[in-house]
Design a protein around this ligand. Sequence first.
Ligand SMILES: [Zn+2]
Length: 352
Amino acid sequence: MKQMLPRLWGNDTLRARIGNDICAHRLSHAYILEGRYGMGKHTLAMQIAAAQSCLNKDSDAHPLPCGTCKNCRKILEGKSPDVILVSREKGKAQMTVDVVRNLRTDVLTPPNDLDTKVYIIEDAHTMNSQAQNALLLTLEEPPAYVLFLLLCEDAGNMLETIRSRAPVYRLQPLPTDTISQYISKNVPGSKNTASGDTLEQVLMAADGSIGRALDLLSPKESAPILAAREAAMEFLDAVPAKGERMHRALVAFGIKREEGRAEIKRDEITYKLQTLMRALRDLIALRRCDPATVSLCFFTDRETAGAYAMRFGTEELLRLMMAVDGAIESISVRNANVRITICNMAITAGIL
Ligand SMILES: [Zn+2]
């Protein structure tokens, strides 16, 4: 069977930029690859490592590695001794100076059979300042054959002195359509495990991250998302109807306890309120901007979103948003009583 080599999805502009830098021999000795969990930092790092040693890199046919030459295959299959993954020690929250000291010694040995030796440093933002300062010594005078790729979720956590020597390549969140294509191509049976609608709803919560989307395919991970979406929809339906519907919304939020229901969980309620905020944000955006240009973060189809947006006035939506935002703060920051806070929220929003 033909092995699938990793490729980066989306981020076309970034890939073209990196490809041009490599072809023009403009690559610096270190880069920070920034992106949230599951957005493709590892894949991008492997692509850069391959592109740097690709035997076809002067061809105009492609901006990044050809993926077929001897060097590309060896690197992308994870078999090159010259592409080294550096991780923090098992069980430690921080990357310590010991890891960086080992790396500094290893750097002195020239590459095995490639021209470039690539160090991919995982979770670089977990390096403590001692470790970062030790790395800085190498970044200041790196051997000519070395390329460092520092993977991190937030480049702001790196020392300014590191950032000044390692430009940031920032990964962009992927559109839900692209994630959906990825899933149907790479996860056989994904369409069978969840109905199309449910899958789409779950992918919406992945916020542009393929890794997060893959996690969400498990029912255990997706259940709270679907429950939060249901609560948000119940709430939106209850606002104009009030009365009995409001009772249903409070049950969906877990405020009114049904028989046998477990105790209120603060995190769960906060997440439900945050999900409701996303729904309200969609509706306000649809009312205030050209609907064709709005990228939705809660609703999976524009027609339904448009119909909901028509049910509310903009002022009403803003009032609801402020009430929900206040409730999130009370529950998650000020540790307020959850039931009272939600009832206050409903009163402030003019529902109860
Ligand atoms: Zn190649």
